[in-house]
Write a protein that binds this ligand. Structure first.
Ligand code: NAD
Ligand code: UGA
Length: 461
């Protein structure tokens, strides 16, 4: 089966960049990204894309208007597609059974119902969203129960492994493409059809095929292993601080062991992002549901350690500032959950700022990409009262005005521009003692000390 027309439901951080890459690499395939969010679709069709991602503008520009289209006409996009990616959100459920752990599958279900209602002929439905294992079975049931006799479907799992900030690189040269399908003649044909799309630019040996359940589960497990590595090194950061060891030196020493490897050993104020916490919680919920409480408890600790890492950073600030930050000005550099993205979902900065505001500190904040509206909305959603946001939060467009008159400076995102700040100038602008709390180890400790700062870096004793 040759794919001529692709549709993607969901124009978010995954749907937009992934479809732009497919369109750029497969000029013979028409790619339509459909979303009901009119503002988002308008932004994709404008010069200011809704997602900040290095290299993305060029990839979109190379295909938009030719074989890449962004639309709110979801029905029309489904009708003409041979293959439909479902790339809608799967957030943690906030209500009812499984609240706080299970994935909320309402967007997946409504997408499946709409596909069933509109489809004629044969279509391949691809789970791109991260979902609990066995979701394909629910999708198949919904499709079978709601479609006409003229429609047939094959459901595949094709999880996405891109990381924000490096999405274009990850999409262009992925470590692997994973495709799970039913082991039947039609299932195999569908897997081959999707594999052929990727084979336009990904070497065949990097395209891994498995059964549906292995593919669905592998996505959750990959994120759980990555999150676990960060919690592991963060647990050691506390021990380093207590003993005089240096967590970066420990990471380098263990990372030279080829069995351990050097990546994902950067200690931090905690991992953020829309997926690690959500997917580990989802795994925990699945284990509990399948009667495996010991396995659930093992993975739950990855989240507990991450929560503790954020809160102990706030405690460190409060204790160091003579046990009170009431009325004190704390300068915060960075709000995004990592550098090179404007995404703030589950950013540790949200929780650090919330807790400092709870201690009645005044916050001055600078992030090169996150909008003031987003910062205020995140803090409001995290429980900070509106009047506190109005009176105790200042958002700046320049790092130097941010630190003016500050009792302390905290770095919460590892933006490259923070590495080349004029530290003498910052020292002169701050109150003394000039405390620095480097939650990302981006500032040079020795230089800070030489200038006269009183610095603390996570994981450095
Ligand atoms: P997102 O919230 O940025 O985008 C989801 C979009 O889907 C929204 O714009 C929403 O309006 C749209 N949508 C919802 N229902 C729809 C429907 N029926 N038809 C059309 N559009 C619909 O989410 P995201 O970050 O792109 O993540 C999507 C999925 O990919 C999630 O399951 C996530 O876990 C997974 N994932 C995300 C990343 C990442 O880096 N963000 C990486 C890998 C996997
Ligand atoms: C992560 C995975 O890396 C992707 O493979 C996956 O596709 C994606 O989740 C997803 O499913 O959404 P992402 O969250 O975009 O990607 O970014 P990461 O680079 O993984 O960083 C996540 C968080 O961990 C960030 O807050 C980052 O600062 C932190 N981190 C990362 C560390 O604290 N230390 C490290 O060594 C690495």
């Amino acid at each position: 089966m040759k794919i001529n027309s692709i549709c993607c439901l969901g124009a978010g951080y995954v749907g937009g960049p992934t479809m732009a890459m497919i369109a750029a690499k497969c000029p013979d395939i028409q790619v339509t990204v459909a979303d009901m969010n009119e503002g988002r679709i308008a932004a994709w069709n404008s010069d200011t894309l809704p997602v900040y991602e290095p290299g993305l503008d060029d990839v979109v520009a190379s295909a938009i208007g030719k074989n890449l289209h962004f639309t709110t006409d979801i029905r029309g996009a489904i009708a003409k597609a041979d293959l439909i990616f479902v790339s809608v959100g799967t957030p943690t459920k906030s209500y009812g059974i499984g609240a706080g752990r299970a994935a909320d599958l309402r967007y997946i279900e409504s997408a499946a119902r709409l596909i069933a209602e509109i489809s004629e002929g044969h279509k391949i439905i691809v789970e791109k969203s991260t979902i609990p294992v066995k979701t394909a079975s629910a999708i198949k049931t919904i499709l079978a129960a709601n479609s006409t006799e003229h429609a047939t479907f094959e459901v595949l799992s094709n999880p996405e492994f891109l990381a924000e900030g490096t999405a274009i690189e990850d999409l262009e040269t992925p470590d692997r493409i994973l495709i799970g399908g039913e082991i039947t003649p039609t299932g195999n044909a569908a897997v081959e059809a999707l594999a052929s799309v990727y084979a336009n630019w990904v070497p065949r040996e990097k395209i891994i095929t498995t059964n549906l359940w292995s593919s669905e589960l592998s996505k959750l497990v990959a994120n759980a292993f990555l999150a676990q590595r960060i919690s592991s090194i963060n647990s050691i950061s506390a021990l380093c601080e207590a003993t005089g060891a240096d967590v970066d030196e420990v990471a380098r020493a263990i990372g030279h062991d080829s069995r351990i490897g050097p990546k994902f050993l950067k200690s931090s104020v905690g991992f953020g992002g829309s997926c690690f916490q959500k997917d580990v919680l989802n795994l925990v919920y699945l284990c509990d549901s399948f009667g495996l409480p010991h396995v659930a408890e093992y993975w739950r600790q990855v989240i507990h350690l991450n929560d503790w890492q954020r809160s102990r950073f706030v405690e460190k600030i409060v204790r160091t500032l003579f046990n009170t930050v009431n009325g004190k000005r704390i300068a915060i550099l960075g709000f995004a959950f990592k550098k090179d993205t404007n995404d703030t979902r589950e950013s540790p900065a949200i929780y650090v700022c919330r807790d400092l505001l709870g201690e009645q500190a005044k916050i001055a904040l600078y992030d090169p990409q996150v909008s003031p509206e987003q910062i205020k909305q995140d803090l409001l959603e995290a429980g900070v009262p509106q009047h506190i946001i109005d009176t105790n939060l200042e958002i700046h467009t320049d790092p130097y005005s941010t630190v003016e008159g500050a009792h302390a400076l905290a770095t919460l995102t590892e933006w490259d521009e923070f590495k080349s700040l004029d530290l003498e100038r910052i020292y002169n602008l701050m109150l003394k003692p000039a405390f620095v709390f480097d939650g990302r180890a981006v500032l040079p400790m020795d230089k800070l000390k030489a200038i006269g700062f009183d610095p603390f870096t996570i994981g450095k004793g």
